[in-house]
Design a protein around this ligand. Structure first.
Ligand code: ARG
Length: 457
């Protein structure tokens, strides 16, 4: 065992399989810089209360700087017995500066240490993800602006419903991602609280100034209860759940594009599609399928980790160690997914001809009802009248817009010659000009709002 496994209390060596089972260095080395920063702050904090001298603080801080250099240059050698990033850094520090290295951990536990490192890492990752979100939101909003004039069929229950703007449809997938970005912003202050100085569970026996530690490390505040501090992984759950919800939104987008691709309404760029090993004609929307697939897995992991937490006794338990595998994995997945989704959006090509073909005059049946509403007929009546027109067109096997004025008037005498103006998709779309509607001005407003928000990220 390493520093701790072979500590004073232990006589025998650790079973080699146990060492492999127990180690976390293989993944938590990714937090080397957070671990060094936490230790630098902690060295200063125990210096401040006189546990170590100013010279010792300097020795520790300089030594930690050297360890950091080794990591940065890829020269840090992980040795047998380096159980995790915390023991590895302390082992190397002590090799470099001698026994003073052994003073660093005074009053500290790996329990408050790992919680600190993981929170530092998470906050940085979340800020980084916000930048990626900003790129996607900006790219998608600009793309929507460029394609503002294209109309398409809107569906409910996958049944043709009403004409909408293509951009309105795309912005309908961007709007949830704006909420996701907002949610992420709201999560950061909760993660950004400093657990260092909580000790193993009971608190710090040397009176370290936890507010000083928080300030040194850029945290917004200190965690309020030492037992909770070492086992609170809400910030991990929040990120995993956030990840699952954000991917759920991207998955819905992916599904919509796949359907539109099938309808030949949207062409996916070759960069995000693949061929078939057998069928030469194939171009499969693999990127979108993988995005869709990742959403389910992400949810499973979020639920799985929550299950890990639910039965834990206070305070730290080793069950918590693998939180970082999930955290890092989610972070990598988020970055890949956002990059791919952004790429798919900016390179996809709407096919205006096929989009128009997918529109059919029956999708203006509501507009026909609205026409009579504007002449003072109650909507419940006009809905019925318009329904009768749909039925007549179906019986005659003709398109509803080709029914003659006489035929319409036979259904309801209040139809007049100006009813012909109903059969215009653009007019239909432009009538939806309230906030959030599909009229050009309403969609442009949505686009401008998203662009302005993305700039703040
Ligand atoms: N490697 C451990 C983890 O990632 C660090 C905390 C170890 N604490 C302990 N009491 N064994 O969770």
């Amino acid at each position: 065992g390493g520093l701790f496994g072979a500590g004073g209390r232990f006589k025998g060596g650790t079973d080699p399989i146990m060492e492999k089972f127990n180690e976390s260095i293989s993944f938590d080395k990714r937090m080397w810089s957070q671990d060094i920063r936490g230790s630098v702050a902690y060295a200063k904090a125990i210096g401040k209360v006189g546990i170590i001298t100013d010279d010792e603080v300097k020795l520790l801080v300089d030594g930690l700087g050297k360890v950091a250099e080794e990591w940065k240059e890829g020269k840090f050698i992980i040795k047998k017995g380096d159980e995790d990033i915390h023991t590895a850094n302390e082992r190397r520090l002590t090799e470099i500066i001698g026994p003073t290295g052994g003073k660093l951990h005074t009053g500290r536990s790996r329990n408050d240490q790992v919680a600190t490192d993981a929170r530092l890492w998470t906050v940085e990752a979340e800020r980084d993800v916000l930048k990626d979100m900003a790129l996607l939101l900006t790219a998608a909003a600009n793309y929507s602006k460029e394609h503002i004039d294209i109309l398409m069929a809107g569906y409910t229950h996958l049944q043709p419903a009403q004409p909408i703007r293509f951009s309105h449809w795309l912005m309908s997938h961007i709007t949830p991602l704006v909420r996701d970005a907002q949610r992420l912003q709201e999560m950061i202050p909760r993660a950004n609280q400093c657990p260092l100085g909580s000790g193993a569970l009971a608190g710090n026996a040397f009176g370290v100034d936890r507010e000083f530690l928080a300030e040194e490390l850029g945290f917004e505040g200190v965690t309020p209860n030492s037992l909770d501090s070492v086992c609170d992984r809400d910030f991990v759950v929040e990120f995993l759940m956030w990840h699952a919800l954000m991917l759920t939104h991207i998955s819905q987008f992916a599904e919509d594009v796949i359907i539109n691709n099938l309808l030949k309404c949207i062409d996916i760029d070759d960069a995000y599609a693949t061929g078939s090993s057998l069928m030469p004609q194939k171009k499969n929307p693999d990127a979108l399928e993988i995005l869709r697939g990742k959403a389910g897995i992400a949810l499973g992991k979020a639920v799985g980790f929550t299950a890990t937490l639910k039965g834990l006794p206070r305070a730290y338990n080793k069950d918590l160690q693998e939180d970082k595998i999930l955290l890092f994995g989610a972070m990598d997945s988020v970055k890949d997914c956002l990059a791919i989704a952004t790429g798919v959006i900016v390179t996809m090509k709407p096919n205006p001809e096929m989009l128009m073909k997918a529109l059919s005059p029956e999708m203006l049946a509501t507009d026909l009802a609205d026409y009579l509403v504007r002449k003072g007929v109650p909507f419940r009546e006009t809905h019925h009248i318009s329904g009768a027109c749909v039925r007549l067109s179906e019986e005659k096997k003709v398109s509803i817009d080709t029914l003659s004025l006489e035929e319409l008037q036979a259904i309801d005498s209040r139809f007049e010659a100006d009813v012909a103006k109903v059969w215009d998709y653009e007019v239909s779309v432009e009538r939806k000009n309230s906030i959030g509607g599909t009229a050009k001005a309403s969609v442009l407003k949505q686009i401008e709002d998203v662009l302005a928000y993305a700039k703040t990220l």
